[in-house]
Design a binder for this molecule. Structure first.
Ligand code: FES
Length: 152
């Protein structure tokens, strides 16, 4: 059976060019245990609520690098854990497709599209965003789960 775009939206995923419109499930961390790698799904990232850091965008790049970063886009505050991980390992915002470096929290490329993708605007958003980078939290994969590194 093939998943329809509606199935994807119900799961908090993309519907093609539209951002997710339904609330995605936020996973509750269990101490340092954030999420099982198998639970990441096709988008490669989920939202995880932690006691210490609030809600984080937690995922893994196609290169096998796990990450946990702040969940709020620096453009218009979309929740990045509802976005996706790109083939080159960036975290893509679900609203206007800004790309974030999951290792240092910087915005690698600004918003895209007809309105927000106008080059001077997109570049200005990126410049501002990189003064307020996403928080980054050291994680590791242990027994198939992404965990906060002890002491992080
Ligand atoms: S809200 Fe993230 S790029 Fe616009």
């Amino acid at each position: 059976m093939t998943a329809s775009p509606d199935d994807s939206a119900a799961a908090g995923g993309h519907t093609g060019w539209l951002p997710p419109v339904l609330p995605a499930d936020v996973i509750e961390a269990r101490g340092d245990h954030l999420v099982d790698v198998a639970a990441l799904g096709a988008r490669g990232v989920v939202e995880v609520h932690t006691a210490e850091h609030g809600i984080l965008a937690v995922g893994m790049t196609p290169q096998g690098v796990p990450f946990a970063v702040g969940d709020v886009c620096r453009h218009q505050f979309a929740r990045l854990g509802r976005g996706r991980v790109t083939d080159d390992g960036c975290l893509e915002c679900p609203w206007h497709r800004a790309h974030f470096d999951v290792e240092d929290g910087t915005m690698r490329s600004g918003p895209k599209g007809l309105l927000f993708g106008i080059a001077p605007y997109s570049k200005a958003v990126r410049a501002v965003a990189n003064r307020f980078t996403l928080s980054t939290h050291p994680v590791e994969v242990v027994d198939g789960a992404i965990r906060l590194t002890s002491g992080s």
